[in-house]
Ligand binder design. Structure first.
Ligand SMILES: [Zn+2]
Length: 203
């Protein structure tokens, strides 16, 4: 199975000619652990990355946070974790992406053939979206409550800092005050978004 090309460029880890062949992952061309994912054959590694991005997207959507992409700056650790994981998953996907995406018709034809020989497990597209670990389809009220508690604690600390900064004078105190006020605004808007999500899940 191991093929060593005489032109193997170890320094450059971008394969020179990666092309899709029937039975391969439509994204990266790999033939390892292929399953139908969102109606397309995808390899295990790609599916894992897609699931990571999905989980982050669900989290972002659940709390009404700003969309993924750009800076990973976050209001709390869990959000930061999701944003960071999604960013590296996206980078990994971009790295392995085939230079040319196979034509949909070719993929369908290959899948139909493979399906006949049962080489590719076809799952209904509905279950394909169910992530193996902790799929969140509805807002988890307990998780929401936890987050609200954490944010309220944060808010209390910020308020204390504001009172402290207001009592002091000078430029550093004023700079700290405006920074704290910005933080408070962020926490308040997150709390408002959480409240909206909570009401949505209750209704
Ligand atoms: Zn792949």
């Amino acid at each position: 199975m191991t093929t060593t090309s005489p032109h193997d460029t170890a320094a450059d880890d971008t394969p020179v000619t990666r092309r899709w062949s029937p039975g391969g992952c439509v994204w990266c061309g790999s033939r390892t652990d292929i399953e139908i994912y969102r109606d397309e054959p995808r390899c295990g590694e790609c599916r894992e990355h897609e699931n990571t991005i999905d989980a982050a997207r669900r989290f972002i959507g659940m709390y009404g946070l700003r969309p993924l992409g750009g800076a990973v700056t976050s209001d709390d650790d869990e959000e930061l974790e999701h944003r960071t994981a999604a960013r590296s998953a996206r980078a990994a996907l971009d790295r392995v992406r085939l230079p040319k995406r196979p034509a949909a018709a070719d993929v369908r034809k290959a899948s139909a053939r493979a399906g006949a020989s049962a080489a590719v497990r076809t799952t209904p597209s509905r279950s394909a979206s169910a992530a193996p670990s902790g799929a969140v389809s509805t807002v988890d009220v307990a998780v929401l409550a936890d987050r609200v508690t954490g944010l309220l604690e944060q808010l209390t600390a910020i308020e204390a800092g504001i009172a402290d900064a207001e009592a002091s004078s000078g430029l550093p105190a004023r700079a700290r005050l405006s920074d704290l006020q910005r933080q408070r605004a962020t926490v308040m808007s997150t709390l408002a978004a959480l409240e909206k999500a909570r009401r949505g899940s209750a209704g």
